[in-house]
Write a protein that binds this ligand. Structure first.
Ligand SMILES: C[S@@+](CC[C@H](N)C(=O)[O-])C[C@H]1O[C@@H](n2cnc3c(N)ncnc32)[C@H](O)[C@@H]1O
Length: 177
C-alpha cells in the first residue's frame, strides 16, 4: 500500500457521499499469502510483526506504551469475493458469514487483538507479538485493548466451541492466481 492510498467505499444510499478511509499505516509481517497464516493473532506461536504508522499520524501514538495489547482495525485487501454462507477456517460446514471471522466479507474489515511489545513514536513503528495479517495489509485504525470494557469471560462462542482446532489458514479464501 503506497503512502497516501485512499480507500473509497461506495454508499448504499444515493446521496452521493462516499465513505473514504485513509489508511494510517500498514503491516509488516512474514506472511505473503493466506495459506499458513495464523487464523487469529493469538493462535499458534506468536510471531513478531510491525505496524508502520505514516508520519502524519505518529503524534497519535503518544501514551500507547502503557497498554499491553492493541486492536488493529485493518482492510483485508487480498480476499476472494464473499459468500453469505461460508465454511469458516475452524469448521467443516457452512455458517452464516456474519457468525464467522472469515476474511472475505462485503466490507473486508479485520479486527486483530495483538500484544504490543514496544512503541517507537519517532519512526512510527509498533512492535507486536502475534499477528494474523499479510505483509502490507492496510491499517485503518489502532485502539487500546481495555480488559474492563473489551473482555467478557462469561461470553458464549456459538459454533466455534464445537469447531476444529485449526490454527493456520488454508487456501479456501485465497484468490485464484
Ligand atoms: C480469519 S481472518 C481474521 C482476521 C481478524 N483477526 C478478524 O477476526 O477480523 C485471518 C486470516 O485472514 C487472512 N488475511 C490476512 N491478511 C489478509 C489480507 N490483507 N487480505 C486478505 N486476507 C488476509 C489470512 O489467511 C489470515 O489467516
Amino acid at each position: 500500500m503506497p503512502p497516501g492510498t485512499r480507500l473509497t467505499i461506495f454508499p448504499m444510499s444515493n446521496d452521493n457521499k462516499d465513505f473514504v478511509f485513509y489508511p494510517i499505516g500498514y503491516i509488516r509481517s512474514s506472511y505473503r499469502e493466506q495459506t499458513g497464516t495464523p487464523i487469529q493473532a493469538n493462535l499458534g506461536e506468536p510471531e513478531t510483526a510491525e505496524v508502520r504508522v505514516l508520519e502524519q499520524y505518529r503524534d497519535g501514538l503518544s501514551d500507547l506504551e502503557g497498554f499491553s495489547h492493541v486492536w488493529l482495525i485493518t482492510w483485508l485487501d487480498r480476499g476472494k469475493p464473499f459468500e453469505l454462507l461460508t465454511i469458516p477456517y475452524r469448521d467443516t460446514i457452512k455458517r452464516g458469514l456474519f457468525a464467522t471471522r472469515a476474511p472475505s466479507r462485503p466490507n473486508p474489515i479485520g479486527i486483530s487483538c495483538t500484544r504490543l511489545i514496544r512503541v517507537e513514536k519517532t519512526t512510527g513503528v509498533l512492535h507486536l507479538a502475534g499477528i494474523d495479517l499479510l505483509d502490507f495489509t492496510p491499517v485503518l485504525d489502532i485502539k487500546p485493548y481495555i480488559p474492563a470494557v473489551d473482555a467478557f469471560p462469561e461470553a458464549s462462542s456459538g459454533w466455534f466451541m464445537s469447531g476444529t482446532n485449526r490454527t493456520r489458514a488454508d487456501e479456501r479464501f485465497q484468490p485464484d492466481e
